[in-house]
Design a protein around this ligand. Structure first.
Ligand code: ATP
Ligand code: MG
Length: 140
């Protein structure tokens, strides 16, 4: 069993896509082990995207990620990290495969509806960035 962090970004909550994204997660057979809504502070968003701090799009990304509430989730299942990345599709929706969340629902490379951890180390870091052990209902 593997866990990954999923986020429905502010463009997704604003467009009332929360149910649609969760439908796709459940249809894929991934379990939701933890979930909550949060309006990220600038500081919390900057910490989360710390690896991107030198990128030209960093300030814009932080502005976007703090522009409205996000849904934070821990997803669980066999190969959860890669299965969730596959459901999401490529970062740029124009390059994302047909039938993926980003291809079907995203606006552009920044406003791309969802986040997913990109590997086992980032998954552990990101899950603990937002959730305490007690808040995660594992093995359901
Ligand atoms: P995420 O980490 O959110 O799951 P990702 O791993 O597909 O997405 P990253 O390269 O980690 O993509 O970039 C993090 C986020 O920064 C992207 O999801 C997107 O919102 C934004 N971003 C990435 N590249 C660009 C860009 N060239 N211009 C504007 N925003 C970008
Ligand atoms: Mg990433």
């Amino acid at each position: 069993m593997e866990q990954t962090l999923a986020i429905i970004k502010p463009d997704g909550t604003a467009a009332r896509l929360v149910g649609e994204v969760i439908r796709r997660i459940e249809d894929e057979g991934l379990a939701i082990a933890a979930m909550r809504m949060e309006l990220l502070s600038e500081r919390k968003a900057e910490g989360f995207y710390y690896v991107h701090r030198q990128k030209p799009f960093f300030r814009s990304l932080i502005g976007f990620m703090t522009s409205g509430p996000v849904v934070l989730m821990v997803l669980e299942g066999e190969n959860a990290i890669s299965r969730w990345r596959t459901l999401m599709g490529a970062t740029d929706p124009r390059k994302a495969a047909p039938g993926t969340i980003r291809r079907d629902l995203a606006t552009d490379i920044e406003r791309n509806v969802v986040h997913g951890s990109d590997g086992p180390d980032s998954a552990v870091y990101e899950i603990h960035y937002f959730f305490k052990g007690d808040d995660i209902c594992s093995g359901t």
